[in-house]
Design a protein around this ligand. Sequence first.
Ligand code: HEC
Ligand code: HEC
Ligand code: HEC
Ligand code: HEC
Ligand code: HEC
Ligand code: HEC
Ligand code: HEC
Ligand code: HEC
Ligand code: HEC
Ligand code: HEC
Ligand code: HEC
Ligand code: HEC
Ligand code: HEC
Length: 452
Amino acid sequence: MNTGRTLNTIPSFFSVVVAVPLFFIVFGCMSAVSNDAAAVEKKSCVTSKCHANMGKEKYVHGPASVGQCTICHVLTAEHAFKPIENVGKLCNQCHDKEFTGKVNHDPVLKGQCTGCHDSHQSPYEFMLLGEGENLCFICHDKKIIAGEFIHGPVAVGGCSVCHQPHSSDYPKLLLDVGNAACYSCHFAKEESFKEKKHMHSPVEEACILCHSPHSGNYEYNFAADGSQDLCLGCHDDIQEIVEDSKNKHGGLETERKCLGCHDAHVSDYPKQLLKEPLNLCISCHDREYGSGKTRVANMKPILDENKVHHGPIKQNDCSACHSPHGSNNFRILREYFPPVFYAPYDANNYKLCFMCHEQTIAQEKFTTTLTGFRNGKQNLHYVHVNLKVKGRTCRACHDAHATNNPKHIRDGVPFGAWNLPINFEKTAAGGQCLPGCHQLFKYDREKEVFNR
Ligand code: HEC
Ligand code: HEC
Ligand code: HEC
Ligand code: HEC
Ligand code: HEC
Ligand code: HEC
Ligand code: HEC
Ligand code: HEC
Ligand code: HEC
Ligand code: HEC
Ligand code: HEC
Ligand code: HEC
Ligand code: HEC
């Protein structure tokens, strides 16, 4: 861990270049006066009775240590001197400290050097009025460190590992700008972030959008719980889904909440996902959840054992149909899809499929173009689906995920307690079915078949 600076460099430079000549000035004055030792004793303000403590602390200011009170105080009478009007100006008569940073600390700007330094002496180095954070808390509210979780360096009292006391080139008197102020210690994080393809936009902007540099009431110095509430504070669209969906995805309710699927900082996958999208879903859906009516099937064997994967699944995109946070539809589907075998025909019932497929496939009684599921010109999608009562829903024949039959025709479809078989075979210009619904029927797009 690099603390970023050493306190010694500036003062020691100061000592040589500035203090040595200063010492001669001060000492010179004193030695001139000390020619008349009795006069000094008479004139010095420090006697066994008066200001007896002066010079007794560990750190004594150069001029005060040699009893040169009048170098700063103008006596008006015995025990009376003119108030010092401009302390900053006085200090700089000898220190000539130039604060050239773009940002100057308010008391420094106002010449209130004695807001932090004692002019005479102090138990603390640089004659400071307090040690470490205590100095700062003379003026600043302690509430910045009142959070339950305190940032490492702050916990050990180190305000100065991040802030300059007088002046800085960066906002908030920081030693560095933006995230660089964090990376100076968290350099391992900077390295690991660089290895990933995408960075969450607020991380790029400023770590402190989420992490307080000082303290917070939640782990990692957050102002809200980092696994969800912190996220929802910025993502109000997701908050709406989480609050308002009839059907919230169980995946949001695991212990890690949002972080069960997203990385807060960086990712190799779009949308800050922890894994490649399909693998992410399967990382949980490689088991069965619930039972009976609340059963959620194990998707892993379904995808492993059925080789013909539906287009969006081939593209690894489960979210093409499922809204990963929740929705008002059955099975967190993005659009309506009937959860039943029969439904009266209404194109809106199949909005899910018609997001990508033409809804005309089931609209014309006769066609030679709209669908391949036809016998001659007779549209068999129309025949099955487009009925006022007991229209067969798409699920009666198709599986949305994967099958071993072409055209995503399922082997069987749940019909009450029965897995109704379909027995589909495809031919060059058509196909045939022997389902639990009727006897063997064939269709041929070129040579219409007359099933009896
Ligand atoms: C380097 C300049 C400097 C020297 C030298 C100095 N003083 Fe001061 N002193 C100050 C300043 C500045 C203040 C006013 C502090 C304030 O108002 O912020 C002060 C304030 C005081 C006060 C008012 C009470 C207090 O402590 O604030 C007394 C008493 C005092 N000085 C005594 C002395 C005596 C005695 C000496 C010599 C041993 C001495 N000073 C030397 C700068 C100096
Ligand atoms: C008359 C000249 C003089 C004045 C006025 C003066 N100082 Fe000093 N100051 C010195 C000398 C000499 C030293 C000792 C230098 C050293 O030890 O390196 C010193 C040391 C310091 C130090 C410690 C520096 C270190 O590196 O340890 C601080 C802090 C300081 N002064 C602050 C002030 C402040 C604040 C004021 C105004 C209230 C002030 N000085 C006014 C002469 C002065
Ligand atoms: C907000 C508190 C604060 C104020 C106000 C302040 N200082 Fe300091 N000063 C410090 C601290 C803390 C140090 C310790 C060294 C460091 O961190 O740079 C210091 C160190 C010093 C030093 C010795 C080291 C150096 O940087 O040369 C001098 C001299 C000094 N201050 C002079 C002044 C003068 C002159 C003023 C008024 C114009 C002033 N300070 C106002 C906090 C303050
Ligand atoms: C003598 C009073 C005083 C002391 C002691 C003091 N400050 Fe300040 N500080 C102020 C004032 C006044 C402001 C300006 C008003 C504000 O932002 O609260 C300020 C502002 C700041 C700011 C914001 C600067 C900006 O650009 O917005 C930071 C950071 C800061 N102080 C840090 C510190 C640290 C660190 C210490 C301890 C080394 C410290 N202060 C000690 C009075 C003080
Ligand atoms: C790890 C680095 C770090 C440490 C250590 C640190 N700060 Fe800060 N501080 C910051 C950053 C970064 C900001 C800017 C926050 C912002 O802009 O919201 C800041 C802002 C501030 C501000 C200005 C607050 C405001 O709202 O403008 C004050 C005052 C302050 N710090 C005081 C302190 C004090 C006192 C300590 C020691 C107890 C301390 N800091 C320790 C990094 C740090
Ligand atoms: C001076 C060095 C330093 C700087 C600068 C610094 N940190 Fe830290 N940070 C630490 C230390 C030390 C810890 C405690 C490490 C630990 O407990 O394992 C820590 C812990 C953390 C933690 C919690 C890590 C954990 O595993 O509990 C977070 C989050 C953090 N820092 C964020 C930041 C941010 C954001 C910034 C910039 C505003 C920053 N840090 C700047 C030194 C620093
Ligand atoms: C969008 C909010 C957000 C931003 C911005 C952010 N973080 Fe975090 N950070 C988090 C969350 C959430 C965690 C907890 C991660 C976890 O539990 O897996 C965390 C954890 C950490 C940790 C401790 C755990 C770990 O992964 O080592 C460190 C250190 C850290 N962040 C540093 C940073 C730094 C440095 C930045 C800026 C470059 C930053 N963070 C920006 C949200 C954020
Ligand atoms: C400080 C506000 C803020 C916080 C807190 C925040 N985000 Fe973001 N997030 C953003 C912004 C801004 C974007 C980019 C906006 C956009 O592209 O629409 C973004 C984008 C995202 C994206 C989409 C990324 C992409 O590649 O399109 C995801 C996913 C995300 N955030 C998840 C989270 C999670 C999870 C958390 C909690 C750990 C979180 N966010 C916390 C502001 C935030
Ligand atoms: C079960 C996994 C999972 C969980 C848990 C999860 N997300 Fe997502 N999130 C995703 C997926 C997958 C996407 C990408 C959707 C897409 O590609 O259209 C996404 C996309 C996002 C986006 C980008 C905008 C969008 O709608 O595409 C944001 C923002 C987001 N999530 C925030 C959150 C927040 C906040 C939480 C916690 C309340 C959270 N996510 C929990 C899987 C999850
Ligand atoms: C972190 C684990 C986790 C991840 C990752 C995950 N899920 Fe889930 N999923 C669950 C849990 C838990 C349930 C609820 C099971 C229950 O009802 O008991 C669930 C339920 C479901 C359901 C049934 C919803 C209902 O209302 O019946 C679907 C569909 C689903 N998830 C799809 C997905 C998709 C698509 C992805 C990838 C974007 C995904 N899941 C990623 C844990 C996860
Ligand atoms: C083309 C749209 C579509 C895609 C893409 C899709 N699903 Fe589904 N998913 C559905 C439909 C429709 C249902 C409801 C099926 C039913 O009940 O017959 C469903 C149901 C589910 C269920 C509940 C299964 C059950 O019956 O218990 C899970 C879990 C699920 N999907 C996960 C996934 C995962 C994981 C992916 C990506 C590998 C994925 N889905 C991709 C449309 C889709
Ligand atoms: C997100 C877009 C999308 C959604 C939603 C969608 N599909 Fe598909 N579907 C595709 C893609 C892409 C293909 C592959 C087309 C190709 O290979 O030419 C495909 C292929 C098919 C095929 C095979 C077509 C062929 O010629 O091989 C059938 C059957 C099918 N989908 C039925 C459905 C059903 C039923 C639904 C509703 C449950 C549905 N699809 C929802 C995108 C989607
Ligand atoms: C009675 C069974 C059955 C029903 C119900 C059914 N389909 Fe089909 N569908 C098929 C068959 C069989 C094919 C294969 C036609 C061929 O190419 O031989 C097919 C083909 C398709 C195709 C590929 C393009 C085409 O039209 O040839 C899509 C897309 C499709 N169906 C979507 C749907 C949608 C959406 C629904 C619900 C609205 C649905 N199907 C209902 C049996 C059915």
